[in-house]
Design a protein around this ligand. Structure first.
Ligand code: CUA
Length: 185
């Protein structure tokens, strides 16, 4: 039979096969080890700064009660905005903010994951139920900016948006926001 492989040639083929099998097993082993290490590492040492919150009690008590939503001027003159995303709107629907001021956003979701961004700026974040999202942004373009939800959140996703109205700092200060929760709607 001419199909019979000569003995030496067959041994060389089997050796090459074993060689590649070892390389493949080693690679799979490395990938499994990396997955196991990162999984255990994240489970045992979660990233710092996580602020959990009970999404079912946002309106009952705590930081995100209705009268606390919107812009607030803190004692040191900095501005903090609190907002909630829920299917399918933001609360508040319109936020007045001063230009050229560092503004801290604090947001969360009452139901599913939502996203929001302020057009014409680099403010862009996700609102995740159970957690508080915090970041600082600064706006220089005056006027109304659309703030749409950019994370698919259900059938009403496309209709979910709000506005951010940027006014000069003097005008913002004239609004006399001494109580929490200033908004333009
Ligand atoms: Cu909320 Cu999409």
């Amino acid at each position: 039979m001419s199909a019979v492989v000569p003995r030496e040639k067959g041994d060389a083929g089997a050796a090459a096969e074993r060689h590649w099998a070892m390389i493949s097993i080693t690679l799979i082993g490395i990938v499994v080890a990396v997955i196991a290490f990162t999984g255990i590492h994240w489970a045992s040492m979660s990233p710092s700064g996580i602020e959990p919150i009970d999404p079912t009690r946002l309106h009952v008590a705590g930081e995100f009660v209705e009268q606390n939503l919107g812009a607030q001027v803190r004692a040191d003159g900095t501005v903090v905005v609190r907002l909630i995303g829920q299917q399918y709107s933001f609360n508040p629907q319109c936020i007045v903010l001063p230009a050229d001021t560092n503004i801290t956003f604090r947001g969360t979701s009452a139901d599913v994951v939502h996203g929001f961004l302020v057009t014409g700026s680099n403010a862009n974040a996700m609102l995740v139920p159970g957690y508080i999202t915090t970041f600082t942004a600064r706006f220089s373009q005056l006027g109304d900016h659309l703030m749409p939800c950019h994370e698919f959140c259900g059938t009403g996703h496309a209709a979910m948006w709000a506005h951010v109205r940027i006014v000069p700092r003097e005008e913002f200060d004239r609004l006399g926001i001494v109580h929490p929760g200033a908004r333009c709607d």
